[in-house]
Design a protein around this ligand. Structure first.
Ligand code: AMP
Length: 510
């Protein structure tokens, strides 16, 4: 018997098995009225109501519904209310500049656009057929209404499109199907032991690869979601204490923030021997892993993957065979990206690039057949990361693609270079990442000025990029040069430009 896998399965199970249980604790400090505590029965009702409301608006199945929001219960509900009845959710990074968001809304062809009240100004320049400010004019969307139009379910249908800064100047829309999300969430949830006793803290932005799939996995098991909006180390510890949090996902920069806050925490660190923290986005330093285990007493799990792979490809988690090793050696082993998850195949090609096959690799890039063909050439997904396999475990050693990962978010060098080139005083520019304690990698621009440019300083150029790019993409450091290393054909030699900053580093990614 064939029965389509759809993301609504996760919600339906929670509503059936745990209707009275508090499924979601919304952020109390929202600019929109907080939903407070919501049972799974109520979450299911609100998701159905959203779907029925979209029916009434005449938004058909297959239509795109964009949402730009910090973490919130409304965003969590939309993962089900939109995709669960055959429409496509486009969760957009709220940190992007209005011009970047406008591009995504237009490229995805979104008919509906929902925005967080804090960024309502966006609606002055970005528009769609139906627009809403969350918590203000969307009340009717969540109010009790009739049943939505039935959707028979199709696991090959696209459930979400997640725009990611990849190797091109413009972001690409990663098309993930219900089957992609279902297999990722189930395998991820299984391998991190998600159960009905889990309390999941949303330290990861939900827009980023759909909160890596935890919104689905935790719901399916009937665990509790605790929504957190602003990421702050001490606040994370307070929420862990207050809500009995057991599991969270985070980029290494967030882990660092928690470790910093722990230094001045009064009393015992909450969650000792209870919390599992799942880290990805960049290779975490061995010392950080040791400190998570030693100073916080939390279990450390690492995963590796990309938005394009929904994202789970490999996982590093303690195993029995390592029990008697020294903590430092255990941390070193956990510092590898890990072994392939169930159903994932990983190999390294002749050039050292990591290739992957799995049931949760993207269907395609939305409306971009050229990039799709390149990424999926020969039936393998090309990650753009360089790696080796050590004892069955993948180690990410460098990056083939021209992408900088700063604070867990991707920044494409080309888009920063494009923005800088718009400044009349800039003649040439190369943007590179350099290792940084806090951000992992620091967006750094090497600039050759036009000799007739007059006085132009670092601050002027950074301020200029702020008009075009999200704050986290703007260079944090600018160095002025007489010239930039190029090949005979005029191509920038980024590896040469990067070399002095990366000398002595074990890996070429940080
Ligand atoms: P994104 O699509 O924004 O999630 O970014 C995916 C990229 O993040 C990958 O291609 C890697 O370069 C990087 N990445 C993710 N997880 C890890 C990890 N555990 N170790 C090293 N790099 C990682």
């Amino acid at each position: 018997m064939f029965f389509p896998l759809t993301v609504r399965d996760f919600l339906d199970r929670a509503v059936t098995v745990y209707p009275e249980r508090i499924g979601v604790v919304d952020e109390p400090d929202q600019p929109a009225p907080s939903w407070g505590e919501v049972t799974y029965a109520e979450l299911g009702r609100r998701a159905r109501s959203q779907a029925a409301y979209l029916d009434d608006l005449g938004v058909p199945q297959g239509a795109r519904v964009a949402i730009v929001s910090q973490n919130s219960a409304r965003l969590l509900a939309s993962f089900f209310g939109v995709s669960g009845w055959g429409r496509i959710l486009v969760p957009i990074n709220f940190r992007l500049a209005p011009a970047e968001i406008a591009y995504i809304v237009e490229h995805s062809g979104a008919e509906v656009l929902m925005v967080d009240p804090e960024i309502r100004g966006l609606l002055d320049s970005v528009t769609a057929e139906h627009t809403f400010v969350l918590g203000e004019d969307d009340e009717a969307m969540w109010a009790t209404r009739g049943e939505p139009e039935p959707w028979e379910g199709d696991e090959s249908a696209t459930a979400t499109i997640n725009y990611t800064s990849g190797t091109t100047a413009r972001p690409k829309g990663v098309q993930l199907t219900h089957r992609n999300l279902w297999t990722n969430a189930s395998i991820f949830g299984w391998q991190t032991s998600i159960s009905d006793r889990d309390v999941y803290l949303h330290t990861l932005p939900m827009f980023h690869a759909n909160g890596w799939g935890m919104p689905y996995a935790v719901t399916g098991m009937g665990g509790r979601h605790v929504v957190i909006r602003k990421i702050d180390g001490a606040e994370i510890l307070r929420r862990v204490e207050r809500h009995g949090v057991t599991v969270m996902c985070a980029a290494p920069a967030v882990v660092q923030a928690v470790l910093d806050a722990a230094k001045t925490w009064d009393g015992e660190i909450p969650g000792r021997d209870r919390v599992r923290i799942i880290v990805a986005g960049a290779p975490p330093p061995t010392r950080t892993i040791e400190r998570v285990r030693g100073e916080l007493g939390w279990e450390f799990i690492q995963i590796y993957g990309l938005t394009e792979t929904a994202p789970l490809l490999t996982m590093s988690r303690m195993r029995e065979e390592w029990d008697d090793l020294e903590p430092l050696e255990q941390a070193r082993l956990l510092g590898r990206a890990g072994a392939p998850a169930v159903g994932v195949r990983v190999m390294i090609d002749d050039t050292g690039e990591v290739l992957a096959q799995s049931n949760h690799n993207l269907e395609a890039y939305w409306d971009n057949p050229e990039s799709t063909a390149v990424a999926l050439a020969d039936g393998w997904f090309h990650t753009g990361d360089g790696g080796t396999i050590e004892d069955g475990h993948l180690v990410i050693a460098d990056r083939k693609k021209d992408v900088i990962i700063s604070g867990g978010e991707n920044v494409t060098s080309i888009e920063v270079e494009d923005a800088l080139m718009l400044h009349p005083a800039v003649r040439e520019v190369a943007v590179i990442g350099i290792p940084d304690e806090k951000w992992g990698e620091l967006v750094t621009a090497l600039v050759v000025l036009d000799p007739d440019a007059g006085e132009v300083g670092e601050g002027d150029l950074i301020a200029h990029t702020r008009q075009h790019l999200a704050g986290y993409k703007c260079p944090k450091r600018i160095e002025f040069r007489e010239e930039l290393a190029r090949t005979a054909t005029g191509k920038l030699q980024k590896f040469k430009l990067r070399a002095p900053y990366w000398e002595g580093q074990q890996r070429q990614v940080h």
